[in-house]
Design a protein around this ligand. Structure first.
Ligand code: ACO
Length: 429
């Protein structure tokens, strides 16, 4: 007989099924609780709520474990490429060489933007946030392929996924070029995914930008570690929007908006701003720690809803930051040293250790992006490019799951009781 939990409310006892995941995590299934008892569960911020069953990514926050489809992030970071990792997440298995080559060809075919879509970039102000532009243009992308609003067959889904994966970097690079008033550089199909992106970002019509291989490797790694992180704010947004049967393009565009905020994909901008303030002498490390402890500021790049020990992605990116800076001759980048000093100070302070606050993926990622020449307004965009395979995989998982219902949380209403409408002339000021 399957295990159940007993909930006693007054004289009534309710038996609730227990669900056990493949790694042993346990949940109490409250699906029928309201129907049986009249009660709902209340969990602001959903810290204790499982919104779905998923076979994509496993996180154990206590032990600092992250696996995509069963493969440890450390292994993928060392041995895989971003495209291979993306295929693993989206299609469920590591590709064969033929499958990877075919998908690369498809990405190459999809990397250009329709000329009419290009006109969108002219309508945005130069100061426009590249996240707003990315979200708007990704949503508009769907209007150029309305046949892909319905991705019932695997072939259509594959094409929609390839369109998004390929065009996201073209859109991101075009948004950047527009923001700095430089001419747009078209993609070069002969280049690999990351190399092509750096080409569109930094080449000039009269001079091709040739990135160092260490820079391409670091970008691959950055994208791999960002590729998925189960039910975070942006992924849950994509799943929620998708649950209404909104199409993949619209759902991903919503995910980009959710990622934009400083508590999520915008946190690495906050990290760099803090490190720069320390560098300029506006703040010392002890003053920064003090401000955090007295709740005047949050230490960006620290803390995580799930990780209550080291975020494994932060460890990978910290090592990568050191390696990249050494290879590029930036050994003495002051921000890396300041980040290390800040991390040491935080990890030796009971405020942080007591609350289990450790560096998260954002703490060192900005240093890598700076070394690649990516400006801070583009940081969340880089995160979005990395997270795209995860969003696509989750949207598809939800779309194909016959048990999916539209996401519709409940609430506990705490507003006024029924009131009588007073005509405007009778209202007192
Ligand atoms: N700096 C200072 N204090 C913090 C931080 C931080 N970065 N993070 C959490 N705390 C404190 C909270 O104030 C709270 O203190 P209290 O018990 O005295 O009230 C305690 O630690 C528990 O934190 P919660 O608010 O419960 O953490 P929550 O799970 O709600 O939030 C979050 C997680 C949003 C990531 C938070 O740690 C934070 O704001 N960090 C900074 C922003 C950041 O780096 N975001 C990126 C996250 S990773 C990602 O999205 C890719």
């Amino acid at each position: 007989m399957s295990e159940t939990a007993k909930l006693i409310i007054g004289d009534e006892t309710y038996e609730l099924p227990i669900v056990v995941g493949s790694e042993g995590e346990r949940a109490i299934d409250t699906t029928s609780l309201r129907q049986d008892s009249g009660y709902i569960t209340l969990d602001p911020g959903y810290a204790n709520t499982g919104s779905c069953k998923s076979a994509i990514t496993f996180v154990n926050g206590e032990k600092g474990v992250l696996r995509y489809r069963g493969y440890p992030i450390e292994t993928l970071a060392e041995q895989s490429s971003f495209i291979e990792t993306a295929m693993l997440l989206i299609f469920g298995e590591l590709p064969t060489s033929q499958e990877r080559a075919d998908f690369r060809t498809l990405l190459g075919e999809q990397e250009f933007l329709h000329t009419d879509l290009m006109h969108h970039f002219e309508g945005f102000p130069a100061s426009g946030s590249p996240m707003a532009i990315l979200s708007a243009v990704i949503n508009s992308l769907g209007t150029f392929s309305p046949d892909l609003y319905d991705v019932v067959t695997p072939d259509r889904f594959r094409l929609a996924a390839a369109k998004l994966m390929s065009k996201v970097r073209t859109i991101a690079a075009f948004a950047f070029r527009k923001s700095i008033g430089r001419p747009i550089i078209y993609p070069n199909t002969k280049l690999g995914y990351c190399h092509n992106f750096l080409h569109m970002m930094f080449s000039m019509p009269y001079q091709i930008f040739e990135p160092r291989y260490e820079a391409i490797d670091a970008l691959e790694l950055f994208l791999i570690v960002h590729a998925d992180h189960e039910q975070n704010c942006s992924c849950s947004t994509v799943r929620m929007v998708g649950s209404s049967e909104a199409n993949l393009f619209a759902s991903v565009a919503s995910g980009i908006c959710a990622l934009w905020g400083r508590l999520h994909g915008g946190a690495n901008v906050g990290v760099i701003e803090t490190l720069q303030r320390i560098q300029k002498g506006e703040l010392t490390v002890p003053e920064c720690i003090e401000k955090v402890k007295t709740k005047q500021i949050k230490l960006m790049g620290f803390g995580h809803r799930v990780y209550k020990s080291f975020d494994p992605r932060a460890k990978i990116l910290k090592r990568a930051a050191h390696k990249l800076l050494a290879a590029m001759g930036h050994k003495h980048d002051p921000l890396l040293a300041i980040a290390q000093e800040l991390e040491d100070a935080a990890l030796n302070d009971p405020y942080f250790t007591g609350r289990k606050l450790y560096p998260n993926v954002d703490f060192y990622s900005g240093i890598i992006l700076r070394a690649l020449g990516i400006p801070t307004p583009m940081f969340p965009v880089m995160f979005a490019i990395g997270r795209l395979p995860g969003w696509i995989a989750h949207w598809n998982e939800e779309f194909r799951d016959p048990t999916t219902r539209i996401h519709r949380p409940r609430q506990i209403y705490v507003g006024p009781h029924v009131r009588e409408y007073v005509a405007i002339e009778n209202r007192k000021g």
